[in-house]
Design a protein around this ligand. Structure first.
Ligand code: ADE
Length: 230
């Protein structure tokens, strides 16, 4: 059975997962805490990175290189772009891109740097597993592009620009960073988000109001993924 990494960005995103683990062991490393344990007999390592792309890259790398994880599942919340998405809805990333990566001054498209890709595609087998679970549970699961950047977006104009430029359905602050690390280290990854806000003028208020409930919705689904992968 492959060792599975489960990552979030904030404590609220991983606490519902840690609460279910058996044989819990804590390791302090690189200014963060890593939780090893088992869920229904499957070995997992869980951590929250702190917010943003740099912390997310660090944590993903450590989960793979130091803890030997062979699959990475990300669980958390996102701002909705697609109007079909409401607070609490689930979306999986088929692809992730960095909306704040900009060397267009050199004639490149937004989100692109030489030797990289605008979009990194998540593991299709893990996406199929998720779709099967959603069907079994009668849940609606949207699949689409998730745009990542080191910005909490609470601005209709910025949101519209990200939607148009990347054809993105949702946005957050870590997914593409995890994807870059997993792609480089050849580790299958999966990004799941539950909507906490709509990246508009009310986003700050909605985020505070719905973080815990949406994070829990995502975490419960991720645990079903772990069980199925096992
Ligand atoms: N994660 C959840 N909501 C977000 C938003 N509006 N901007 C960036 N990341 C988010």
């Amino acid at each position: 059975m492959p060792k599975i990494a489960i990552m979030g960005a904030m404590p609220e995103e991983i606490e519902p997962i840690i609460a279910t683990l058996h044989d819990l062991r804590k390791t302090e490393y690189a200014d963060n805490t890593y939780y090893e344990g088992s869920y229904k007999g499957q070995e997992v390592v869980v951590a929250y990175s702190k917010i943003g792309k740099v912390f997310a890259s660090l944590t993903a790398t450590i989960l793979i290189e130091r803890f030997g994880c062979e699959i990475l599942l990300f669980s958390g919340v996102a701002g909705a772009i697609n109007e079909d998405l409401s607070i609490g809805d689930l979306i999986i990333a088929d692809g992730v891109c960095q909306h704040d990566l900009d060397i267009t001054a050199f004639g490149h498209p937004y989100g692109y740097v030489p030797e990289g890709d605008v979009c990194i595609w998540s593991d299709s087998v893990l996406r199929q597993v998720a779709k099967r679970i959603a069907k079994e549970k009668g849940l609606t699961l949207k699949e689409g592009i998730i745009a990542t950047g080191d910005q909490f977006v609470a601005d209709p104009q910025r949101k519209a620009w990200i939607a148009k430029t990347f054809k993105a359905d949702a946005l957050e602050m870590e997914g593409a960073a995890v994807a870059v690390v997993c792609h480089a280290l050849d580790v299958p990854f999966f990004i799941l988000r539950a909507i906490s806000d709509s990246a508009d003028m009310d986003a700050g208020f909605d985020f505070d109001a719905f973080l815990v409930s949406s994070a829990k919705t995502s975490a419960v689904f991720i645990l079903a993924m772990v069980e199925k992968i096992k």
